[in-house]
Design a protein around this ligand. Structure first.
Ligand code: GRG
Length: 308
C-alpha cells in the first residue's frame, strides 16, 4: 500500500499486534453485550434467544473495534466507549437479520450459521431485529458523558446513521437497484449509506466518548467515511473471489441477483485500486492524531487486506 507522510511509520504499524488487539477488544465487547442484554431465559425467552443467537454468532466486531480504537486515539478509556461500541453492534446485527429476510436478500447463512429466520421463523426474526435496534438506543441512552458531547449528541449520531437518510436509504436504493443498470455515482450513494454511515458513526462515537476536540471528531468522521467505502468495495470483491465457507455467508450472491457492485462495473483490478486509494485517504485523515492512532491505522490496513 502506498504510504503517505501523515500516517504512523509503516514499521510502527507492522509492530502493532492486530490479532491480539482484535481478540482482546472482541472479548471485552462480548462480555459487555452479555451484561447489557436480557438473559436468554428472560420472558419471552424466544425473542431473547433470537437476539442473542445472531449477536453471538461470531461476527468480526469490526465496528466496535473501530469505536474503541477511536476512543484510544483521542486518549480516552475503554469504559465509557464500550456501551457505545455495543450499541453500534446491536444496530449492525439488526440490519443483518433484516437484510437476510426473504423479503430482502433472502439468505440462508450468516456468520457461518443458518440465518435468524431459518432458525426462529420470519416473525421472530423481524422482531429480533426490531428489538436489537431498540436495545441499541436503550444502551446509548444510559451513557454518562460529561464533556462536549452529552447523551443527546450520542443518540443523535446513532439515529442519523441508522435512519431513513443513511442506513435505511442505502438499503432502499440497494433493493430498488437490483436488476437495474446503475451508474458508479449511484453505487457510491448506496455504499455511503448502507455501509459507510455506520462505520463513520462507530469511530465518531468512540471519539465522543473520549471528549475529543471538534477537529478530532471531523478527522474521525473523514476516516470512517473512507474506510467504510473501501470496506464495501472489498466486501463486493470477496463476494466474487471467496467461497461461502470462507465468508460464512452465501458467496456469489451479488451476481446471482444482478446487484450492482464495483467489480461488476469497473472490474476486480480497478476495484482493488479504488479500495486502496480510499484507504490511503483514510490514513491521511488521521493526520491530526500525529501517530497516536496506530490501532485505527492497523484496522484500516486489515480491512483492505482481509479475506473474509
Ligand atoms: C435492513 C435497514 C437494513 C439495512 C441492511 C447491513 C445491510 C443493510 C445489508 C447487509 C449486506 C451488506 C453487504 C451490507 C453492507 C455492510 C456489510 C458489508 C456488512 C457485513 O459486515 P461485516 O463483514 O459482518 O462486518 P460481521 O458478520 O463480521 O459483523
Amino acid at each position: 500500500m502506498k504510504s503517505n507522510g501523515s500516517s504512523a511509520p509503516a514499521a510502527q504499524r507492522a509492530k502493532f499486534d492486530l490479532d491480539r488487539y482484535l481478540a482482546d477488544r472482541t472479548a471485552a465487547v462480548n462480555r459487555a453485550l452479555d451484561q447489557l442484554l436480557p438473559k436468554a431465559t428472560t420472558k419471552p425467552a424466544t425473542i431473547h434467544k433470537a437476539m442473542r443467537y445472531s449477536l453471538f454468532a461470531g461476527g468480526k466486531r469490526l465496528r466496535p473495534a473501530l469505536c474503541l480504537a477511536a476512543a484510544e486515539a483521542c486518549g480516552g478509556r475503554l469504559e465509557p466507549a464500550l456501551p457505545l461500541a455495543c450499541a453500534v453492534e446491536c444496530i449492525h446485527t439488526y440490519s443483518l437479520i433484516h437484510d437476510d429476510l426473504p423479503a430482502m436478500d433472502n439468505d440462508d447463512y450468516r456468520r457461518g450459521k443458518p440465518t435468524n429466520h431459518k432458525v426462529f421463523g420470519e416473525g421472530i426474526a423481524i422482531l429480533a431485529g426490531d428489538a436489537l435496534l431498540t436495545q441499541a438506543f436503550e444502551i446509548a441512552a444510559g451513557c454518562r458523558l460529561n464533556g462536549r458531547y452529552p447523551c443527546q449528541s450520542v443518540l443523535l449520531e446513532l439515529t442519523q446513521a441508522s435512519g431513513s437518510l443513511q442506513l435505511i436509504a442505502g438499503q432502499v436504493a440497494d433493493l430498488e437497484g437490483e436488476g437495474q443498470k446503475i451508474s458508479a455515482s449511484q453505487l457510491k450513494y448506496i455504499h455511503e449509506r448502507k455501509t459507510s454511515a455506520l462505520l463513520r458513526c462507530s469511530v465518531r462515537l468512540g471519539g465522543m466518548s473520549a471528549n475529543c476536540s471538534p477537529t478530532q471528531l471531523a478527522a474521525l468522521g473523514d476516516f470512517g467515511y473512507h474506510v467504510g467505502l473501501a470496506f464495501q468495495i472489498i466486501d463486493d470483491i470477496l463476494d466474487v473471489t471467496q467461497t461461502s465457507e470462507q465468508l460464512g455467508k452465501t458467496a456469489g450472491k451479488d451476481a446471482a441477483v444482478q446487484k450492482a457492485t464495483y467489480p461488476a462495473i469497473v472490474g476486480l483490478e480497478k476495484s482493488r485500486r479504488i479500495a486502496a486509494r480510499l484507504t490511503s485517504r483514510a490514513f491521511a485523515a488521521l493526520k491530526p492524531f500525529r501517530g497516536r492512532a496506530t490501532a485505527l491505522e492497523a484496522l484500516a490496513g486489515y480491512l483492505l487486506e482481509r479475506n473474509k
